[in-house]
Design a protein around this ligand. Structure first.
Ligand code: NDP
Length: 446
């Protein structure tokens, strides 16, 4: 049977765009559909604008430290300037993505894709057929059901606020909640970070999460743990959050309420059950090792599979998939030792196992930690400290996990991740000569 395309990609985010343009580069007839700007969560309403906001907010600490280095700086922050420049940069990147697609010969179709049958997708009222179909529709923020949920914003809106609020209540204790709490706090907003559990950043090493939580409190964030927001009430100015807490924190007043309570896979409009594509937990697409869904010619990559929801993972999954489909490739993404960073202030860099995970799978482990004040802030009123931790399998000497809370933690861990993935031992780590004076050198002396 003749199809309109060899490959039709639904969703032009990081994973979809990479797969589409590599497949087109291999001479395949490829189309990609997108209902929004090309670039997806990462470029348009995620990693990139968020990191620009992180950079913007870091200046407040640098200005404080600058005084002790002899600089007398009169600083004034302007939110509109940041928004304007951020939007300009996003439009520039969107343009690059559009060019990448057109230069590689990928046809861009505007609209959201929805399955008609196993090989046919409806996009804006028109049907298109393809031999292979790739679902790369990503995810979207979710807000739990509660009275007043219509009053809350999510990360989508937080990146385009018309004005900076004086105060904000952020619900959640994961990546997004923590990153935005630090951004707003550093920009001078009074921040309440509300988390339902005992300690934020569940899933991270417990000591790392505890150190980070204390650092955020020390930096001025009002962290309320074991507190659930049960309703949000709109007042004449601002909002009141009603909580499950029976002490003084029963209600929290602020100008804005931001929920960062997780994300769901974007599958609602795809009509998956109609064609027999299996999902789990209501939304996420089930795939096997080859990225194939329950239909062998339909694939899925990235956040829509809800596994390791990170841009470079989606890109790798999409790239290797088309290599295997069209270029006799035989590589599969490896999910061990994926380095990750929470772009908080201080930043958290992490690769490999947490202590709890290591203890579960290895009988004999040791941990090595260090806490110190980075030289950059030693003379200043900035009290921020750095924490480092490695976890070692004592039976084999292999370093199982490396974690840091401190300035540029992500940059450090990216480098060490290469060695960790190759089976770095503690002896090898300690035989490496440090670069002095840096913070990272502390890792090789642990
Ligand atoms: P996370 O899953 O990281 O965090 C969600 C938070 O919301 C958790 O603290 C969770 O609590 C809490 N929560 C969930 N449901 C409720 C509820 N009903 N009431 C109160 N609290 C609730 O999700 P994010 O949205 O922060 O981020 C999504 C994913 O995106 C991340 O996991 C990550 O993979 C990716 N991401 C990566 C970034 C990076 O690489 N720097 C940055 C941003 C996102 P609990 O712990 O109790 O479950």
């Amino acid at each position: 049977m003749a199809y309109d395309y060899d490959l039709l990609v639904i969703g032009a985010g990081s994973g979809g765009v990479r797969a589409a343009r590599i497949a087109a580069g291999y001479g395949k007839k490829v189309a990609i559909c997108e209902s929004d700007k090309v670039g997806g969560t990462c470029v348009i309403r995620g990693c990139v604008p968020k990191k620009l906001f992180v950079y913007a907010s870091q200046y407040s600490k640098m200005f404080k430290a600058a005084k002790t280095f002899g600089w007398d700086i009169q600083s004034q922050f302007n939110w509109s300037t940041l928004l304007e420049n951020k939007n300009e940069e996003i439009n520039r990147l969107n343009g690059i993505y559009l060019k990448l697609l057109s230069n590689s010969g990928v046809e861009l179709i505007n609209g959201f894709g929805s399955f008609v049958d196993a090989h046919t997708v409806d996009i804006a009222g028109q049907s298109y057929t393809a031999k292979h179909i790739l679902i790369a529709t990503g995810g979207t923020p979710t807000v739990p059901d509660m009275p007043g949920k219509e009053h809350v914003i999510t990360s989508n809106e937080a990146l385009d606020l018309p004005a900076l609020p004086e105060s904000i209540t952020i619900n959640g204790g994961g990546y997004i909640a923590v990153e935005f709490a630090c951004i707003f706090n550093a920009l001078g907003v009074k921040v309440n970070l509300v988390y339902r559990g005992k300690q934020i950043l569940r899933g991270f090493d417990k000591e790392v999460a505890a150190f980070a939580q204390q650092s955020f409190i020390d930096a001025g964030i009002n962290v309320l743990t074991e507190t659930e927001i049960t309703a949000v009430e709109k007042m004449s100015t601002g909002f009141i959050c009603h909580t499950s807490h029976d002490s003084k924190h029963q209600t929290i007043a602020s100008d804005l309420v931001f929920f960062a309570t997780g994300r769901a896979a974007n599958t609602a409009q795809l009509n998956l059950s109609q064609v027999g594509i299996d999902t789990q937990n209501n939304d996420q697409i089930t795939v096997d090792k080859t990225q194939a869904t329950s239909l062998p010619h339909v694939f899925a990559v990235g956040d829509v599979c809800n596994r390791d929801n990170l841009t470079p993972v989606a890109i790798r999954e999409g790239h290797y998939l088309v290599d295997r489909l069209y270029k006799n490739g035989n590589q599969f993404p490896e999910y061990d030792f994926i380095p990750t960073t929470v772009f908080s202030q201080p930043e958290i860099g992490s690769c490999g196992l947490t202590e709890a995970q290591a203890r579960k799978s290895h009988p004999n482990i040791s941990t090595h930690t260090s806490t110190f004040r980075a030289m950059k802030y030693a003379m200043s009123e900035v009290k921020e400290k750095t924490f480092m931790k490695i976890i070692v399998n004592e039976d084999t000497d292999q370093v199982l996990g490396m974690h840091v809370v401190g300035a540029d933690g992500g940059e450090m861990i990216q480098g060490f991740a290469v060695a960790l993935k190759q089976g770095l031992t503690k002896t090898q780590l300690n035989s490496t000569i440090g670069i002095h004076p840096t913070s990272a050198e502390e890792f090789v002396t642990l």
